[in-house]
Design a protein around this ligand. Structure first.
Ligand code: PSZ
Length: 496
């Protein structure tokens, strides 16, 4: 089955790579993965006529303003996304950083075709009450095999927001239990919580950072501060917001300035924690991304995060590291927090995207004390754990973290070179692994560059006020970097 599939895929890729392309890159691919295509191939403008027709059709049913184009997922392979007009694009954005090993990976097709897995796809359980017999084994094989240091417990959830939302609840529950000591909730706790009042609904807070993004559900949204469009018109929780360091890049050249900026932010965090406790609204937890992604790929040093964790410990706040976007290998380590070099990185680490299932790892004392306190219907999906086992096998078998480190170096070097070549246009190239970004002189130019790149067969995304971010799959090799840089250079030349 697998070899048949491979033959079909490679024959297909050969055939379609030869048929009439409007734009073909000049860089010859080397060491091609058998099942990947060998370059972009553009046939129409994007969105093409077929996408436009479907936009109209779906527009009768939903708001379609955010839709880029419609996709042909059957024909998409590896690093290439194919659209319904037959355009094949090198995907350096991967469904907002969510495709770990490329499109239609043969290992995942093989898994789907195995009759032993059928029932896991067909019968979706309510995991909190009726899990399948092999659930603990599957968690051990998948999520626990990559558990962050110091964590042996994991709770699965459906998406990133849902994971963070429940992680916050776990921090509040643990905080109140510790405050109360033994004896459990009072009658007053129980009756007041039913009408959203204290003491049952305590005035506890989560401290987050300006520029952070942790999801769009209402609790998470109170900790999201990247763009107004996410928040406008939604009532929110008045919780403390600290400044996130605004560092200068390359980091190695500005160590003194950056250390001062980080110290300023840490001082502000500690002041906020003290002030809010004095106001009677204590900080139960701190939530932070290892690299602020939606907010513009803002980095901070290992020392910053380790100090932040110490401040959290000192003041009895749980430390929640949101790895929804950074987790899964794109920084060259499976978790971005591994770059901090500590065996006690956090109290909670949430994930989703490349991990395929959402969820969070946590230390023992953040375990809810009773059933049904952290709960919903699906609480994840065992079929995603099956895929994750296979994704992790591929990552290990193909040494993808090393590949990412190699490709990432080439990508960042390439971005540095471009930034030198186009000084008025590009600045602040930065990154870890292939999780890279660069700033464009202004937002309108960024939009034009993104469209031009797409027109030449490269899919990219923006983040922050004027950054372009690079979020390829883990199978983005050095020759994909060369291919990408070549096309990106052609695009930039038009803006000189
Ligand atoms: O516009 C949006 O809603 C987007 S664009 C990218 C995301 C969301 N990322 C999701 C995300 C994240 O990057 C971090 C660090 N934390 C939480 C989330 C929320 O995950 P989802 O979207 O699965 O709810």
């Amino acid at each position: 089955m697998a070899s048949l599939l491979l033959t079909r895929l490679s024959l297909h890729s050969l055939r379609s790579s030869l048929s009439g392309c409007r734009h073909v890159s000049k860089v010859a691919p080397q060491a091609q993965m058998e099942w990947d295509y060998d370059g972009p191939c553009m046939k129409t403008a994007v969105p093409g006529p077929s996408s436009m027709e479907r936009l109209k059709q779906l527009g009768e049913i939903q708001n379609v303003d955010a839709i880029n184009f419609f996709c042909n997922y059957e024909e998409s392979r590896g690093n290439y996304l194919v659209d319904v007009d037959g355009n094949r694009m090198l995907d350096v954005y991967t469904q907002i950083s969510s495709i770990p090993i490329g499109y239609n990976h043969p290992a995942l097709h093989k898994l789907m075709a195995d009759p032993n897995n059928l029932s896991t796809f067909v019968n979706r359980p309510a995991l909190g009450i009726l899990p399948p017999g092999n659930f603990a084994d599957k968690l051990a094989e998948s999520l626990l095999s990559v558990a962050p240091s110091g964590m042996t417990r994991v709770q699965t959830m459906a998406c990133g927001s849902c994971s963070n939302e429940n992680a916050y609840k776990a921090m509040f529950i643990a905080y109140r239990n510790k405050e109360r000591g033994p004896g459990g909730p009072t009658q007053e706790d129980i009756s007041s919580c039913m009408i959203n009042q204290e003491p049952g609904c305590p005035d506890l807070t989560i401290l987050s950072f300006m520029g952070g993004f942790h999801g769009r559900t209402m609790g998470c949204l109170a900790t999201t501060h990247s763009k107004a469009i996410h928040k406008l018109d939604i009532p929110s929780l008045d919780w403390p917001i600290a400044p996130f360091p605004r560092l200068q890049y390359p980091l190695e050249e500005f160590t003194r300035e950056n250390a001062a900026e980080e110290a300023r932010c840490l001082e502000e965090v500690e002041d906020l924690i003290v002030q809010w406790r004095q106001k009677g609204r204590p900080v139960a937890g701190i939530v932070v991304e290892p690299i602020q992604a939606e907010g513009g790929d803002n980095h901070a040093s290992a020392d910053f995060f380790k100090s932040l964790h110490s401040i959290a410990r000192k003041h009895g706040c749980a430390f929640h590291v949101d790895e929804v976007q950074t987790g899964g290998g794109a920084t060259g380590k499976f978790w971005a927090h591994e770059h901090w070099g500590t065996d006690d990185p956090a109290d909670i680490v949430s994930f989703s995207k490349k991990l395929l299932t959402g969820g969070y790892y946590h230390k023992n004392d953040l375990q809810a004390d009773k059933g049904y306190r952290i709960f919903n219907t699906w609480m994840g999906d065992p079929s995603k754990n099956l895929f994750l086992v296979e994704v992790l096998n591929v990552i290990r078998r193909e040494n993808l973290l090393e590949e990412v480190t190699r490709s990432g170096k080439a990508l960042l070097q390439g971005l540095y070179a471009l930034q030198e070549q186009y000084p008025g246009l590009l600045s602040r190239a930065r990154g870890q692994g292939t999780f890279c970004a660069i700033d464009i002189r202004d937002d309108p130019t960024r939009s034009k560059i993104l469209l031009k790149a797409r027109d030449k067969g490269v899919l990219l995304g923006g983040c922050g006020e004027r950054s372009i971010r690079f979020r390829p799959a883990l199978i983005f090799k050095e020759y994909h970097v060369a291919l990408f840089l070549n096309i990106f250079n052609d695009v930039l030349a038009e803006f000189k």
